[in-house]
Design a protein around this ligand. Sequence first.
Ligand code: APR
Ligand code: PHB
Length: 395
Amino acid sequence: MTDMTRTQVGVVGAGPSGLLLSQLLHLQGIETVVLERRSRDYVLGRIRAGVLEQGMVEMLKRAQVADRLSREALIHEGIELAFAGRRHRIDLKGLTGGSVVTVYGQTEVTRDLVAAREALGGQLVYEANDVAAHDFDSDKPRLTYRVDSGEHELRCDFIAGCDGFHGVTRQSLPRDALRAYERVYPFGWLGLLSETPPVSDELIYNNHERGFALCSMRSRHRSRYYIQCAADEKAEAWPDARFWDELRARLPADAAEALATGPSIEKSVAPLRSFVAEPMRFGRLFLAGDAAHIVPPTGAKGLNLAASDIHFLSRALIAFYEEGRDDLLDSYSEAALRRVWKAERFSWWMTSLLHRFPDSSPFDARLQLAELDYVVSSRAAATALAENYVGLPYE
Ligand code: APR
Ligand code: PHB
């Protein structure tokens, strides 16, 4: 009977961060127990984004969970920006010396990680309620939680807070020890998933006077579309036909013409926010992913930032257990935050460039168009976008 009262790293949250960390540490012989509040079905059923940087794909390969991705994912060498009725391609591969992005849903990444954890006998505790972190300012941190079988305590060397924005680990930190930086955008995204062929081979980011629109996909027969909506919009107020009409109205004529529509599989509204909590480490508690930072989805950085945090955290924990080093643990927060803030800047910039702000004046609208025109007509500006979009180096 596995001792569930003691482990090396206690991980809170079975999202991409927690699962990837648990898998990478397992492959180095380091034990983890993952405590997840929701059920296995819920974790596997969540619909999220799906554009992976090369760094994230490398991480998934290192974690030995990239076989299906290698077979099924789409490789994109470019994206499109559309404005003033015209489409402009940004040649990601050409402008970055060969870097590309991989289109593969976060749902699939999570599915592959859960399968790998289970295949290796990973300790995943689902429906763990009232998870609480204790004594992480000592060298004997503990996690307590409740499952059907009653109250439990997990003693560990380290706690990894991978429990997302609404999780408990960041909340359990002393108020005065945390600095939070935030920007909430005055609009949201209404997303729709449909079993229809994508309108284009690559993603189209549309700036339009009626608001932003994004044409994305999950495969050659499954599409994902988003339109900018009011922050308090209700998905129920958008029957499919209304969504398709509004999307078509925001696309350049040829894309609007080519748009294949069909019944929605999923439809939901997501708020847009930029958020960073500093520092990302308190004693023996380390925050990673959405538990420490949120980006608006316009730059496709949410999932990729979670992976880069786990790059730094897994490396630091492995160095601790294999070489007794704690310098990488000490520099984790600084190293992770340097890359987080660059992705925050890029995501804020893409959001500012492509959305219609309620208080924007005709002058603002002209500036947006001028900046878009500059980006698609200047190699230097297009390269800056491309290198951020494919993912900046981890170091
Ligand atoms: N106790 C245990 N588990 C919890 C708790 C809690 N109190 N609170 C939240 N969780 C779980 C959630 O149910 C979820 O499964 O933590 C997990 C956090 O996962 P994510 O929110 O996916 O966060 P992360 O793993 O950091 O992944 C970030 O997910 O939201 C997207 O855009 C985001 O792509 C980014 C990625
Ligand atoms: C998605 O496919 O869901 C997606 C793609 C790119 C983004 C955001 C979301 O910037």
